[in-house]
Design a protein around this ligand. Structure first.
Ligand code: TRP
Length: 454
């Protein structure tokens, strides 16, 4: 089985794929609104620190397991801790990405709809409240959101069915550079708007009184979500990285790109929000409610420019969501193919059916199924809260405990230092080991408790 496993073409392909998984709605949708809600520059500083001191070590822990075993989550646990309860971690991490995929595909579908709207009818000026209720009206009707969810998931199925090298790697090779070009264009435009400098200042001048414990927990949680940690995606992708690659450099590259993209998304959105004279703390509705209003407002004086920017913007979101969604899809496919002996097409179809049904329930929970509650939450919020607040952090905790406390230190060092070949990696191994064994588990428990009680 091992001999047949596909590999990414090289380091750049591996970083592109990992960055493709990491860069997604988390960067363009979640990061900017969290910055807006949690105090601008101060939040960004804590976020930078959490990425480097918390998320990078967790990322490396997952990557080390995948790279060592060259197996998917379940197979990796079977190899490293055969016959133990750790196999449940393998199973958990097969299921959580599929739950994320189901509701992620719903939001991906909304982006497809908004892209369609910006290509055809455009956005029309009303009160900002009217634009928000247009969004509320749109997601509560069953038809269009369900259709777009289907299209989005189908797109993922097509890419994943083509395989790791000719599907996922090729798609990322084209879309990832394009994403960076698109976001730079939007950012330059946004910063050039009259009145945008207040937004730039907001992102650069920290107000340290905003650093509260819940802001710290939110920043740590966001860095977790943005790097797709704790659900076995990084593990699975790392298992496709060639044996002689340097895992630390791959990790640094991925974290660096993910951070850069989140910051650029912040600089693409906040200056425009300030230029339009809107409150930055709008929350999760920021890109689907506030931005269409801004596009409509710009459209009154420069309709073509506004329509063009709107198309570029929603195109960016759709592509970014795609590259993340296919990484979640691949985790399930790898499991069914390697552990259950399915053919790739069969695995792709089975996952499509399962995620389509759960996603459809999530989508309908904004309308006809709004009354159906699980622990007081709608189906969509339940899937989101369950995965983002609990399964991802729990999975991350188990991964760091596994690598830091269960795996042989010599094996971890061997993976981390590329068999001792990298002098730089050898020099920083002790710092990594400390962060992994003590700092990361403690930080995760803090996020977990804050999520639970806040
Ligand atoms: N990192 C992705 C983003 O920023 C979201 C995400 C969360 C994810 N968990 C994941 C992606 C698991 C792939 C796998 O949008």
């Amino acid at each position: 089985m091992a001999a047949k496993r596909e590999h990414f073409g090289g380091r750049s392909a591996a970083i592109l794929a990992l960055a493709g998984s990491a860069i997604g709605l988390g960067n363009i949708w979640r990061f900017p609104y969290m910055v807006g809600q949690t105090g601008g520059a101060a939040f960004i500083i804590i976020y930078l620190l959490s990425c480097l001191l918390l998320s990078l070590p967790i990322f490396l822990a997952e990557a080390i397991i995948g790279h060592r075993t060259h197996a998917g989550t379940f197979g990796a646990m079977e190899q490293l801790a055969p016959g133990t309860k750790w196999k449940w971690l393998g199973l958990l991490t097969v299921l959580s990405p599929l739950v994320i995929l189901s509701y992620y595909s719903v939001v991906g579908g909304w982006s497809v709809c908004y892209l369609w709207q910006s290509l055809t009818a455009g956005f029309h000026l009303g009160e900002i409240g009217a634009v928000s209720s247009a969004f509320g009206g749109f997601i509560s009707k069953p038809g269009a959101p369900l259709l777009c969810h289907t299209l989005f998931l189908l797109g993922c199925a097509v890419i994943v069915s083509a395989g790791v090298k000719s599907g996922i790697e090729k798609f990322n090779k084209v879309t990832m550079p394009l994403l960076f070009v698109l976001i730079v264009v939007i950012m330059v435009y946004s910063i050039s708007l009259p009145g945008a400098s207040a937004g730039v200042e907001y992102l650069l001048r920290p107000d340290f009184s905003k650093i509260t414990p819940s802001a710290v927990a939110a920043a740590m949680g966001q860095s977790f979500f943005s790097l797709s940690l704790g659900v076995g995606t990084i593990l699975t992708y790392a298992s496709y990285i060639r044996k002689d690659e340097n895992i630390l450099f791959t990790g640094l590259g991925t974290v660096g790109f993910d951070l850069l993209f989140a910051l650029m998304a912040g600089f693409a959105i906040m200056p425009a929000v300030f230029a339009a004279g809107i409150e930055p703390g709008a929350g999760p509705g920021l890109i689907f409610e506030t931005l269409p209003y801004i596009f409509a407002k710009m459209g009154a004086s420069a309709p073509w420019v506004s329509a063009g920017v709107a198309v570029l913007f929603f195109l960016t979101i759709v592509f970014a969501a795609f590259t993340s969604a296919i990484s979640m899809y691949e985790v399930g496919v790898a499991y069914l193919v390697e552990q259950k002996g399915f053919s790739r097409p069969k695995a792709v179809i089975l996952i499509f059916v399962g995620c389509w049904i759960l996603g459809a329930l999530c989508s309908l929970s904004f309308g006809p199924l709004a009354g159906m509650k699980i622990f007081g939450l709608t189906i969509f919020s339940f899937c989101d809260t369950l995965t983002s607040n609990f399964l991802m952090t729990f999975g991350g905790l188990l991964f760091v405990i596994f690598v830091g406390w269960k795996m042989d230190k010599a094996v971890v060092r061997d993976e981390f230092t590329a068999g001792g070949a990298s002098r730089f990696n050898c020099a920083v191994f002790d710092a990594f080991w400390f962060l992994l064994r003590y700092a990361a588990p403690l930080a995760i428990v803090i996020i977990f408790l804050t999520n639970f009680f806040a």
